[in-house]
Structures are given as C-alpha cells and as structure tokens.
Design a protein around this ligand. Structure first.
Ligand code: ATP
Length: 345
C-alpha cells in the first residue's frame, strides 16, 4: 500500500497561458479512495496524468509513499492507470489482454497466467477469459481493464472516468463493484470524475476542483453540508444550494431544508415563497419560486419529499421556513464562507 501526495503542483501549457493545475496540495492516506471532482476543463485529468508521470509538472513535486518521484518515468512509480477508453487489444483474448503487461515486464510464463487468473477471479470474469473484447458488455470490458491494471500489484490506482462509457444503469452497478473491489484490495486510489453522484458514492474524500485549484477537500458529507465557498455549494447537490442575498452576504440553504413552515419545528427562519412552477422527480416535489431576504426577489428551489403533501399551486404565496442550523453564509464578493448574520424570522 502507499500514499500519494502532490506539493504546490503547477502544470502550465502554452508558455503559461493555460494554467491547467495552478498550485495544488493534496495528500491521501494509505488505502484511501480520493476523488477529484470538478467541471470539464478544471484540470483533473492533468493532475492525474502528472501524478502518473505522463506529464512533467511545471513546478512542484509528486510524492508516492514518501519518495519524491517527480522526474521518474511512470513505470518506476508502482501505479496502475485505467482511462476513460479502456484500450483493450481487440484481437487478443481477455486472458491475453490481462497477461500483456506482465509479458512486457518480463514475468516468467507460468507466473503470468496464475496472476491473471487470480485477478480475473477477484473481478468475477474467469468465465470470460477465452472471449474477445467485442464479445463483452461495457461493464465486463471495464472489469478486464481493471484486471489488467491489477496484475501488476500496483500500490496506487489512478482511474480517469473509467465508467463514462457505460449507460446509466450499468454505471450504478459498476460503481458498486468498483467500491467493493477497492475495499477488497485496499489500494490507494485517485479517481477522476465530473459526476458528483459518483464522487459522493465512491470517495472517502472528495477534492472539488475549479480552474486548476482545489476549492475544498473533505468527506462527502463535509463538502455537502459545509461547503467552503459558493462554487462548492452550487457544484455539489442537485438541485444546487440556494443562495439568497442579504446585505453583502449570501445566505445559503439546501433545497431539502426549505419546507412549508408547518413542517419545520424548532428555531427557524421563515420566508414567503412565491410559487412559480413545480416538477415531480422520483417522488419528490421540486418547487421553483422566489423569496426575498431584503435584497429583492431571488429564485430558489424547494425539494419536498412525498411525505409533505401541503397543497401548493403556481402563483400562490406560501409560508416556508429553513431551520437556523441549516443556514450557511458566504461573502458576496469572495464567495468564501463567512460568519452568520441575523436573518429576519
Ligand atoms: P474534462 O473533464 O473535460 O476531461 P479536466 O478537468 O480533466 O476536463 P484537463 O483535461 O486537465 O481538464 O484540462 C485542463 C485545462 O488544460 C483545459 O483548459 C485544457 O484545455 C488545458 N489543456 C490540457 N492539456 C493541454 C495541452 N496538452 N495543451 C494545452 N492545453 C491543455
């Protein structure tokens, strides 16, 4: 097992015009599953490729298991990567695909097949060893790619959107498999995705990235409940956190915490919601409307579970409330978390 660390890492392209990675410090613990999450172009893949040694950093260091490996080639890093496109050899059998890196590494013939069979066994694909990649489902191909990475006994797995080729249903089951697989082998894993539900489901911790920087790193519950800034607050959560101006502060609250007032016991902030429209999504009611905390009407979304059957109609005004302990406050200019301010109740 191992740890992965990057120290003040920068990776610039085009003579510094593109700052793909712009000063990142991240360290995993041993056996940790760290997810790099962020929108397209935020630098996740570049960061992962730099950890792998496929890109040279412009400055800063990559440290694997306490050793500075900056400048070492990928094969000297005891890492395995699985990319978005699995790049299996189409004319080779599954077994030959899994064995391939061992052949390249000069592992003796007898050992190769034994290791390949063991990896295939862990991933439940022994019965597929004689097939060609085109005779497999997307999820099975993904497992072959993982088995091929696993045979090299890596101490670190680097995975770049390995599920993105799968349909929604397969993604869910493949995600579950991936999590169980990682729990079995406990290899330190860095996993890149732009899909927040994947990040929330898989990660021990999530590093939320934007514009080459890590905005926040924390457990899924931390980045969800205690976002460090408005970027994290609105990138995580679907629908995103509501942000309502009050003076020079933005008051944030999650859609599921804005409910008809009679459903909110205890210390609360009440608002009048002007209902504009409603959507029904997997049993929940999403209510779109506006509230005003003194700076004019602001669009918000309330998410009501099926257990809340208050009649609501477009065009109506209705009393809603948010528990005070659910309110988060952000500086309007910097977007950073700030101290609570009194909100009219
Ligand atoms: P996606 O989710 O779309 O894959 P990402 O977060 O992985 O995005 P990167 O691929 O790391 O983002 O790219 C980060 C930024 O660096 C982007 O603006 C991209 O255009 C730029 N970039 C990446 N590779 C190069 C390169 N070889 N030359 C110039 N610019 C690059």
């Amino acid at each position: 097992m191992a740890t992965v660390e990057v120290r003040d890492l920068h990776k610039h392209f085009d003579a510094g015009r593109v700052r793909a990675v712009d000063g990142v410090d991240v360290a995993t613990s041993d056996g940790e599953y760290l997810v790099l999450l962020g929108p397209s172009g935020c630098g996740k893949t570049t960061l992962l490729r730099t950890i792998a040694g496929l890109e040279e950093p412009s400055s800063g260091d990559v440290v694997i298991d306490g050793q500075v490996v900056t400048g070492l080639p990928p094969r000297a890093r005891r890492i395995a990567m699985v990319f978005q496109s699995y790049a299996l050899y189409p004319h080779k059998s599954v077994l030959a695909n899994i064995v391939f890196p061992l052949r390249a590494a000069g592992v003796p013939h007898g050992d190769r097949e034994q290791k390949a069979r063991r990896a295939a066994g862990m991933l439940g694909i022994e019965h597929l060893l004689g097939r060609k990649p085109r005779q497999l489902s997307g999820g099975e191909r993904q497992r072959v790619a993982l088995a091929r990475a696993l045979v090299r006994d890596p101490s670190v797995f680097l995975l770049d959107e390995p599920l993105s080729n799968l349909d929604a249903k397969l993604r869910t089951s493949a995600r579950d498999e991936l999590k169980r697989f990682q729990q079995d082998i406990r290899a330190t894993t860095v996993y890149v995705t732009h899909d927040q539900s994947e990040a929330m489901g898989l990660g021990d911790r999530i590093a939320v990235m934007s514009q080459g920087r890590v905005r926040q790193i924390g457990r899924p519950v931390e980045v969800y409940d205690d976002p460090a800034d408005t970027f994290v607050a609105t990138f995580i959560g679907s629908p995103p956190m509501n942000l309502v101006p009050r003076g020079d502060v933005l008051v944030g609250f999650r859609p599921e915490h804005l409910l008809p007032v009679e459903n909110v016991p205890g210390e609360r902030v009440t608002v009048t919601l002007e209902v504009q429209r409603m959507e029904y999504l997997s049993g929940d009611r999403h209510v779109y409307g506006t509230v005003d905390l003194g700076a004019g009407p602001t669009r918000v979304i309330a998410r009501l579970p099926a257990t809340v059957d208050t009649p609501l109609a477009a065009g109506e005004r209705h009393g809603f409330a948010v528990p005070v302990r659910r309110l988060r406050f952000f500086d309007e200019d910097s977007g950073l978390r700030t101290d609570p301010v009194p909100v009219r109740t």
